[in-house]
Design a protein around this ligand. Structure first.
Ligand code: FES
Length: 144
């Protein structure tokens, strides 16, 4: 399928608001502030097959990430002083070594060995100060 020529709704199409969805879904979208998310983090943790790190190490990182974003008030839409950062626990990000693997969107920066110490640096340097933590980067989108 050629997406460039398809007749799909434009991403900016305001008529998206008119799409019929249930009130409970609307409520959840509003509650989570989906349209206000600025960064989305995916962390490989609690895997079905823990390959990049042990289940315990992945879960320790996941809990650290969740708690720190909450402590810093970054886990909900705020006054635009700080970014609203959404996080998702990924079962596997297909790297399967040197984990936990952490991916930051929309920047498309991939980090290895995302232990609590590395996550803290990613939060402070990358998310809050727009400086990539080079020592732990394994890939950056080459189109940026
Ligand atoms: S198990 Fe972590 S990337 Fe595959």
């Amino acid at each position: 399928m050629n997406y460039a020529n398809s007749d799909q709704t434009s991403l900016k199409d305001s008529s998206l608001e008119e799409i019929p969805i249930s009130s409970s879904l609307k409520e959840m979208i509003h509650k989570l502030g989906l349209n206000k998310i600025q960064k989305h983090l995916f962390l490989c943790a609690d895997q079905t097959k823990p390959l990049c790190c042990s289940k315990e190490v992945g879960l320790e990182s996941w809990n650290y990430l969740k708690n720190r974003l909450k402590e810093l008030g970054l886990d909900h839409p705020n006054s635009n002083i700080n970014p609203y950062i959404f996080r998702t626990k990924a079962n596997c990000l297909r790297i399967c070594q040197s984990g936990p693997i952490l991916l930051v969107y929309p920047d498309q920066v991939w980090y290895r060995n995302a232990t609590p110490e590395v996550i803290e640096r990613v939060i402070q340097e990358h998310l809050l100060n727009n400086k990539i933590v080079k020592e732990y980067v394994i890939s950056v989108n080459s189109n940026q």
